[in-house]
Design a protein around this ligand. Structure first.
Ligand SMILES: Cc1cc2nc3c(=O)[nH]c(=O)nc-3n(C[C@H](O)[C@H](O)[C@H](O)COP(=O)(O)O)c2cc1C
Length: 172
């Protein structure tokens, strides 16, 4: 038996989606709310932690959206969207935008950018993006987008790990 393998406590089958989800939860992330405006004018947004930096030159980011989401047709037809990086004071915003409620923006303070897309007040950073590629990937749709404008605040970011919210700890 290989000594390295013995050191691994548990190896779950890749098709055991519950175990996979638990293992993926070991990858701590920030939290974003991705927002846009539908062609008929409605504001749309959802909590997303699949956001990631992709390229600096050109400036590209990525995120993925569940294929069964009612928001998918809107993001498929919207040319642009905003990634609002949540601050640690925005746990309730994260919870709200992860719900399937009629008007997620009710009572959530926001401004609008040049395209009428929501910039949530109190965020740690805002990335205004233009989609350059969309592709189905398993049960999600992968969006790659160019960052056209960005702004950051001094707010500390909200973190997500193993199904729970966290604030930054000590610097190592
Ligand atoms: C911490 C967290 C991260 C999430 N990340 C994603 C994500 O990356 N992609 C996604 O499609 N849904 C993600 N979700 C789930 C959506 O926020 C949730 O399904 C939301 O209701 C989707 O909006 P919709 O009703 O417009 O589909 C996440 C939820 C939470 C709580």
């Amino acid at each position: 038996m290989n000594a390295h393998l013995q050191a691994i406590p548990q190896i779950a089958s890749p098709v055991d989606s519950r175990a996979l989800r638990t293992a993926l939860g070991q990858f701590a992330t920030g939290i974003t709310v991705v927002t846009t405006r539908a062609a008929e004018g409605a504001l749309v947004g959802l909590t997303v932690n699949s956001f990631s930096a992709l390229s600096l030159e050109p400036p590209l980011i990525l995120w993925s959206l569940r294929g069964s989401s009612p928001s998918l047709p809107v993001f498929e037809s919207a040319e642009r969207f905003v990634v609002n990086v949540l601050a640690e004071a925005q746990v309730e915003v994260s919870r709200r935008f992860a719900l399937q409620v009629a008007d997620k923006f009710d009572g959530v303070a926001h401004a609008e950018n040049a395209w009428g897309q929501p910039l949530l007040h109190g965020a740690a950073a805002w990335f205004e993006c233009r989609t350059v590629s969309r592709q189905a990937a398993g049960d999600h749709c992968l969006f790659i987008a160019e960052v056209e404008r960005f702004t950051l605040s001094e707010a500390a970011p909200l973190l997500f790990h193993s199904g729970g919210y966290f604030a930054l700890g000590s610097r190592l």
